[in-house]
Design a protein around this ligand. Structure first.
Ligand code: HEC
Length: 167
């Protein structure tokens, strides 16, 4: 047998081993294992969009005093925002920038509490914080329009209440 033949033999043997391995895997891997893997993947894929649809797993625990401190921070920012968006005040570029910055701070402060797919020990937060964050984003989008519309920012307290009413 020449060298080329030898090489072909080697190739044959290895591809045989490969096929044997695949056959072994498909015959011997428990079907339940494969199913479990599929369910796990599906659960992972669904996790960020619907954390409330599954059994809550606490991985961002907030103590009561921490929650109160976060909320006092949110309240201060909201009061500043309400003043900034007073309908009587003229909407110039400086004011618009201040409103957008206030909304950015409000968003950051709310994200410290929950939302964005995180699960906390507060059911109301798990249920409503993403909605609140969406309202903040929308208020910013309106504030950034030409001409600026500060009304959604001025009414954000309603979004605070939509969570609070469930408490
Ligand atoms: C997604 C839910 C949620 C949103 C949105 C929310 N809160 Fe709260 N808030 C809570 C929870 C939960 C508590 C704690 C209640 C308790 O004492 O057990 C709380 C408590 C408070 C308190 C009491 C703090 C204290 O010292 O006892 C204030 C004030 C407050 N929130 C203001 C606000 C304001 C203002 C906003 C909007 C900018 C807001 N909250 C948005 C859930 C929310």
């Amino acid at each position: 047998m020449n060298d080329a033949g030898g090489n072909a033999d080697v190739a044959d043997t290895s591809s045989c081993r490969h096929i044997t391995a695949i056959t072994f895997a498909s015959r011997c891997l428990p079907r339940t294992f494969a199913l479990a893997a599929v369910f796990l993947l599906a659960a992972c894929a669904a996790a960020p969009s619907s954390p409330e649809a599954r059994t809550p797993i606490v991985y961002h625990a907030i103590s009561h005093p921490d929650m109160q401190a976060h909320m006092r921070g949110l309240s201060e920012e909201l009061l500043a925002l309400v003043e900034l968006t007073d309908a009587a005040a003229p909407v110039d570029e400086a004011r618009r920038r201040e409103v957008v910055e206030s909304l950015d701070r409000l968003e950051a402060a709310a994200e410290q509490v929950g939302g964005r797919g995180r699960v906390t020990n507060y059911t109301a937060v798990n249920k409503y914080m993403d909605g609140f964050l969406e309202d903040v984003e929308l208020a910013r989008e309106f504030a950034e329009r030409e001409p600026a519309n500060l009304i959604p920012a001025n009414r954000l307290v309603r979004s605070c209440l939509s969570c609070h009413q469930s408490l």
